[in-house]
Design a protein around this ligand. Structure first.
Ligand SMILES: [Zn+2]
Length: 152
């Protein structure tokens, strides 16, 4: 029997694993309030357009802005995994966040949710019961944690 710990709720003490966690993050020369803001900003074609994403603290607002981004790259689905990987590497290079991520040890990381996101996480609603979440966010976090462990 496996006694592997599973963290599948990125709230409360594990809020820092969420892209909605508000904490200064530097990415490609700009400082954002959250990983979500940095991520949505990458949909912009120019550096100038990205700046507005550094000004908004509420990640819910930032996500809504990104949905309406006119310069949205056509291949966004293909490139978004790599972009998120880059952004989260930047996020977890901050010493206190790095420490918190390492403290999750070998726990399996799954972005459990109820908002039907089976790409970045795994939705546990009845409607999605038969769908297996790809859990891209959990995968990226695990990969970064492994890299940080190897560096230590
Ligand atoms: Zn669902």
């Amino acid at each position: 029997m496996s006694d592997k710990r599973i963290i599948d709720d990125f709230r409360d003490e594990y809020r820092f694993l969420s892209n909605f966690y508000v904490h200064p993050l530097e990415y490609k020369g700009l400082t954002y309030h959250s990983a979500e803001a940095a991520f949505q900003a990458q949909k912009c074609a120019t550096e100038e357009e990205k700046v507005k994403y550094t000004l908004v603290k509420n990640p819910v607002v930032v996500k809504a802005m990104g949905k309406k981004e006119p310069g949205f790259p056509a291949n966004w689905d293909e490139i978004s995994y790599g972009i998120m990987e880059d952004i989260l590497k930047a996020k977890f290079s901050v010493p206190e966040l790095k420490e918190k991520l390492l403290a999750t040890g070998d726990a399996e990381l799954i972005e459990g949710n109820r908002w039907h996101d089976n790409k970045w996480g795994n939705c546990t609603c009845e409607r999605c019961a038969n769908k297996e979440g790809l859990n891209w966010l959990g995968q990226i976090l695990t990969e970064i944690r492994n890299n940080l462990k190897n560096e230590e």
